[in-house]
Design a protein around this ligand. Structure first.
Ligand code: 5GP
Ligand code: ZN
Length: 114
């Protein structure tokens, strides 16, 4: 997707502070962190949101969970706790329409809700 910010980050056309990369997945620090640690974990394949994932994507999406747990371990927030979430669509506040998981940590996070 030529007009997708995250596809441009994957292609190296926009800079990012990467913390993880493999064949299918990349993770980098959020440009506007909403918590002391705020990392985005995304597939290299352009998928607009979880709602657009196909049968062939579930394995990779499972790997994203594994990568989230690994990064949390590396950043030493496993004990203090962390949150992994993905926003889907307008009511969830999804701004970037390329599937991404937020890994948030480093402080007591506010409860989920309205
Ligand atoms: P959403 O609301 O779509 O779930 O979250 C999108 C996230 O992407 C936001 O937390 C926002 O700060 C982050 N973001 C938007 N543009 C960029 C960018 O160019 N680089 C990085 N690293 N993060 C971005
Ligand atoms: Zn994209």
């Amino acid at each position: 997707m030529s007009d997708c910010i995250f596809c441009k980050i994957i292609a190296g056309e926009l800079p990012s502070k990467k913390v993880y990369e493999d064949e299918q997945i990349v993770a980098f620090h959020d440009i506007q962190p909403a918590s002391p640690i705020h990392v985005l974990i995304i597939p290299k394949k352009h998928i607009a949101s979880l709602a657009d994932a196909g049968e062939e994507d579930w394995n990779m999406i499972g790997q994203i969970q594994r990568v989230a747990a690994q990064i949390a371990r590396e950043l030493e927030v496993e004990e203090s706790g962390y949150r992994v979430i993905t926003n889907i669509g307008a009511n969830a506040g999804q701004i970037v329409h390329h599937l991404h998981y937020h890994l948030m940590a480093g402080a007591r996070l506010s409860p989920l809700g309205v």
